[in-house]
Design a protein around this ligand. Structure first.
Ligand code: KE4
Length: 435
């Protein structure tokens, strides 16, 4: 595959856009080479500016759970945009969205729309601080909750990929209120709570971490966090921006049966349009302006075009719950097919999967925490990434990102992916001795 036009576009982009991208995760920094500029996409495939067809395993980093250009979503957006792109007033659509989401997620009674997952997470911790009157939050190393100042402390995703998990520009005043624990390690959480009695407003986590690769919660971890929050008067926040509506109709709350006090959403809820949301019980959300004193706002929050897209997608998922069973089967077929190929080629690899979120780590397993993830061979991943790209398979351009399977990834697409891996691994070997 050759990408001459993407290369020229990237040089032009760098003149007026930092790093040539509007989000660092797209920059190929971790894998090297030129990021591909996409022209269009359909179903499980994207088509770049040089006319290459690519099987897509980022799915816009999560939203494309039913594949690109899903007809009901396209129709809804086309209809909505004909009635204006924004009013800056309440609309009935926002009521339908709120009712649909509160019906899908157990224990969700009130929800506020935002324009991104970052805004949703920022707002959720502000609500927790306003509700408890406390300042500190506990997050987990390797988890990513967007680029809000409070979160860029040992963060995952692009911050981790670029080697700045704790970003310059975040003040010491802010950083001191963010405590960091180890994912899947309840003792590390208990210690922080005991060292900061009465000061922790909330514990925030990705219930299934997807920003250090895919790292599921160990049995008892989420239940343990719930107990610790109750014992210490802190709120539990599930950041379901990535796993919400993906790993189950009701996300992690449904899949694991643990009730957080607040949840944050993004990605699927907007079907690829800029949408985030945060919500929880009516009691906790009662502090949110204009009902309560905790201010939160957004010119385009609940935007009618974005709501139409998200509502169309969520309605499909809600009306066809069998989609989750299909996603499970196809994602398992991909995971097992690739595991078999890695094994046959003597490649040392660990793997995690929850529904249609999965991750492969080129190191010994198991992978339960950020320190486990740190063992992954990122150099080998980069070689594997580019070799698969040459075969027409677009993986996330970082070893620290989850892969996403959509309902458009049918058996033929899965087979093509596994066969591509078999071909490339005949040509690239791990620098470390095979197992
Ligand atoms: P956004 O502000 O990017 O919409 O959402 C931030 C966010 C919050 N919480 C979780 C669990 C997330 O995964 C994200 C964003 N995810 C990354 C992908 N790993 C976004 C990709 C990017 O930054 O371009």
């Amino acid at each position: 595959m050759k990408y001459p036009y993407s290369r020229s576009l990237f040089e032009r982009a760098k003149k007026h856009i930092p790093g040539g991208v509007n989000s660092p995760a797209r920059a190929f920094k971790a894998v090297g080479g030129t990021p591909l500029f996409m022209k269009r996409a359909l179903g499980a495939c994207m088509y770049d500016e040089d006319g290459n067809e690519l099987i897509d395993y980022i799915g816009s980093w999560g939203p494309m759970i039913l594949g690109h250009c899903y007809p009901a979503v396209v129709d809804a957006v086309q209809k909505a945009v004909a009635g204006s792109t924004s009013f800056g007033t309440p609309t009935e659509l926002e009521i339908h969205m709120a009712e649909r989401v509160c019906d899908m997620v157990p224990g969700l009674e009130k929800i506020r729309m935002t324009n991104s997952g970052t805004e949703a997470c920022m707002s959720a911790i502000r609500v927790a601080r306003g509700y408890t009157g406390r300042d500190k939050i506990i997050k987990f190393e390797g988890c990513y909750h967007g680029h809000g100042d409070s979160f860029l402390i040992k963060a995952g995703s692009g911050a981790l990929t670029l080697g700045h998990p704790s970003s310059p520009g975040v003040t010491t005043g802010t950083a001191k209120d963010t405590l960091t624990a180890d994912f899947n390690n309840l003792e590390s959480v208990r210690e922080l709570l005991d060292q900061n009695p009465g000061e922790v407003a909330a514990i925030i986590l990705e219930p299934v971490a997807g920003n250090m690769g895919c790292v599921p919660p160990l049995d008892g971890f989420l239940e343990g966090l719930r107990r610790l929050c109750d014992e210490h008067g802190a709120l539990l926040i599930f950041d379901e921006v990535m796993c919400g509506f993906r790993i189950a109709r009701g996300g992690a709350v449904e899949r694991y049966g643990v009730q957080p006090d607040l949840m944050a959403y993004g990605k699927v809820i907007g079907a690829g349009m800029p949408v985030g949301a945060f919500g929880g019980s009516a009691e906790v959300m009662g502090v949110v302006a204009p009902d309560g004193p905790v201010y939160q706002a957004g010119t385009l929050s609940g935007n009618p075009v974005a709501m139409s897209a998200g509502l169309a997608l969520l309605t499909e998922l809600d009306k066809h719950p069998e989609i989750y069973g299909d996603l499970e089967k196809r994602s398992a077929a991909l995971e097992e097919g690739l595991a078999d190929v890695f094994d046959r080629h003597g490649i040392t690899v660990a793997r995690n999967r929850v529904g249609s979120m999965l991750g492969f780590f080129f190191c010994e397993g198991p992978i339960h925490s950020f320190s486990d993830v740190s063992r992954t061979d990122t150099e080998f991943f980069a070689r594997f990434f580019h070799a698969m790209l040459e075969e027409g398979v677009y993986l996330p351009p970082s070893a620290y990102e989850a892969w996403f399977v959509s309902h458009a990834h049918d058996n033929q697409i899965i087979r093509k992916t596994v066969d591509a891996a078999d071909r490339v691994l005949s040509n690239i070997k791990q620098s470390r001795p095979a197992r």
